[in-house]
Design a protein around this ligand. Structure first.
Ligand code: SAM
Length: 278
């Protein structure tokens, strides 16, 4: 395959800038630029889009995003050791890469990006779920982003796309699928990363729906789903007892058997229940 750009190979970048991976920053780098270009393509057409990247590290995915035609990439990196390597990429793509030195949990994304923007990231595993939940719970819908293309531990990816009746089905599946289309775009073995993590990984692609799949109040839905899955082995009439008075009647009004368990209930029925409780 031809090289995606004229910058040095990532092993050389890491050696030049002394970027030995730090475990506490969740650093497992992708060094194969054809693979990072593939992840960038999983985000759909990037031409004309601003992209937010969390944790660019030595910049493998950043280079993939720029080579695939992103209008502008805003890359937020907590590890200041990576900044000189990222500055070299910015110089090779004039005016298209802005590097923000800091913590992705603390930045004001809206001030940095022009929308609707896309998020593409090989996330540090320790903050991945927290960031996903934030992106999925903005103050208003539709959100400022149009799609999220994110690397997770495979087990977390399976929870995001899970269907009713499976062990992986729970709060994350309902939160993600209520207002977005979610699919696993590719799975990667540990050897794809340097150093290799202990687990397999998967890239999840989520596209924001223009409006929720079924009407419901976000807070009520979140509360009732949390209560149901906190005691997932119990029948709903027991696990939801504290949520509202006369819960059996409310469940029946929503067409749900009070003896059912949380993992048997599909998204539409959860939304009916949230409406019955409103
Ligand atoms: N994108 C690079 C790649 O694919 O090779 C690096 C991915 S590595 C799994 C995660 C990156 O996120 C690291 O560069 C790490 O320093 C950075 N990071 C960790 N916590 C962060 C945070 N809270 N905010 C921004 N970056 C963070």
């Amino acid at each position: 395959m031809p090289a995606i750009d004229t910058l040095p190979p990532l092993r050389e970048v890491i050696a030049t800038h002394g970027l030995q991976a730090k475990k506490q920053l969740g650093q497992n780098f992708l060094l194969d630029l054809n693979l990072t270009a593939r992840i960038a393509r999983a985000a759909g057409d990037l031409v004309g889009h601003d992209v937010l990247e969390v944790g660019p590290g030595p910049g493998g995915l950043t280079r993939g995003l720029l080579a695939e035609g992103a209008r502008r990439v805003v890359a937020v990196e907590k590890d200041a050791r990576c900044l000189p390597a990222l500055a070299e990429i910015a110089a090779a793509y004039p005016g298209r890469l802005e590097v923000v030195s800091g913590d992705a949990l603390e930045i004001d994304e809206g001030a940095l990006l022009t929308g609707p923007w896309k998020v593409v990231a090989n996330l540090p595993y320790n903050v991945g779920t927290e960031l996903l939940v934030r992106w999925l719970t903005p103050p208003a819908w539709p959100p400022a982003w149009s799609s999220l293309t994110l690397m997770f531990q495979k087990e977390v990816a399976e929870r995001i796309v899970a269907r009713p009746g499976s062990k992986a089905y729970g709060r994350l599946a309902i939160l993600a699928q209520w207002r977005a289309d979610a699919k696993i775009a590719l799975t990667l073995p540990p050897e794809a990363f340097t150093p290799p993590p202990k687990i397999h990984s998967a890239v999840v692609h989520l596209t924001a729906l223009p409006e929720p799949r079924f009407p419901a109040d976000a807070r009520i839905l979140s509360r009732v789903v949390a209560a149901g899955f906190n005691q997932r082995r119990k029948m709903l009439r027991a696990s939801l007892r504290g949520v509202a008075p006369e819960i059996e009647a409310k469940l029946e009004a929503a067409g749900i058997a009070p003896t059912a368990r949380a993992e048997e209930i599909g998204l539409e029925a959860w939304c009916r229940l949230a409406r019955a409780l409103a």
